[in-house]
Design a protein around this ligand. Sequence first.
Ligand code: CTP
Length: 404
Amino acid sequence: MASKREQQTILVGVTGCIGAYKACELVRELSRRGFRVKVVMTESATRFVAPLTFRTLSGEPVAVSLWADEPGSKVHHISLAEEASVVVIAPCTANVIAKLAHGRADDMLTTTVLATEAPVIVAPAMNTHMWRKDVTQANVNALRARGYTFVEPAYGALACGDVGEGRLADIAVIADAAQAEATRARDLSGLHVLVTAGPTHEPIDPVRFIGNRSSGKTGFAIAEEAARRGARVSLVTGPVTLPDPFGVEVVRVTTALQMRAAVLARFDSSDVVIASAAVADFRPASFASGKIKKAEAPETLALERNPDILAELGERNDGRAVLVGFAAETSGVRASAREKLLAKKLDLVVANDVSGELGFETDENRVVLVTSYAAEELPVLDKRLIARELLDRVAALVRAKRSV
Ligand code: CTP
């Protein structure tokens, strides 16, 4: 028997369809792979398989009703949501997919899924026509865009007598997907990840500054995702309106010089630095302590160069830390990114094309991940999904560094 994987919990959601009996095998398989498994069923699912079956297979209480008197001090759906490393809904009906896509929470399963921060895997099972319906596909795509993973249904004979797509995927495939997510859920533990985010504001006088349109969303999403995957995270951010991500040390600064000081103070203990901040390249050469009246304002503003924080880290790095930079480009994206990679001694550059509508202030972005040996273009993705993809590459770079 596999070791208990530090008691990582996988929550298996079972919904009302004939494939529910196959979830019994999934529970056994995940237990065999060393996970603690807890089951949440919809009322309809209990028409197909008795909760007692799952209770016996998992050795854990089975949750069905939101109103049951559950043991423990915490609200049950919240404690399940927090405890889960991964949620797998198998089989998942078209109805539950629709509810999840619209954020509905009217039973134990959908309430738990809405409350969880864990990755969610959905293994649909239904009649071919229901699966193919554009409304179902639109719901699936909406969930995919939010980061849900789908294990596509298989082709074959269906319970209704039809032959087509709609059978629950192989249990081993679903278990593999769950295991991959569970591994990812811990792959940054033991690492200190330092993230910079947002713009910097370089004051001219008490009311005016030089700044830029960076919202900080990407850096905050990276910090949040890294913390979720077990890293100790420090987030040094310029002025943004975003709330502190949970479980992250947040250092709020204003100017590039302050950002540099906060970063350098943490660099020696960092295993990974991800510099997503749009640091102002210049600051006013002097700061007027009183508001400059327009009648007295000079026609030109004398500027001084700010230090390049990331380049300085590249110089100081003894090869121990993985350094990631960002590059906002309007043309020649890959070539400029590679130049930046070499000039600043980085391991990876996230290049984004800001010539179109995407980039600053948006929730989505299209980026190219550039290393010394490859350039990988990702599709247009939500910034949270970009964070996930980026941290997958970062985890691999950390492993590669440690193995030499
Ligand atoms: N960076 C930094 N300190 C600065 C400037 C930039 O740490 N003073 C970091 C940013 O956080 C980002 C990367 O360096 O990770 C961006 O490099 P930069 O050369 O500023 O790129 P662009 O803003 O695209 O500038 P350029 O106009 O030179 O292409």
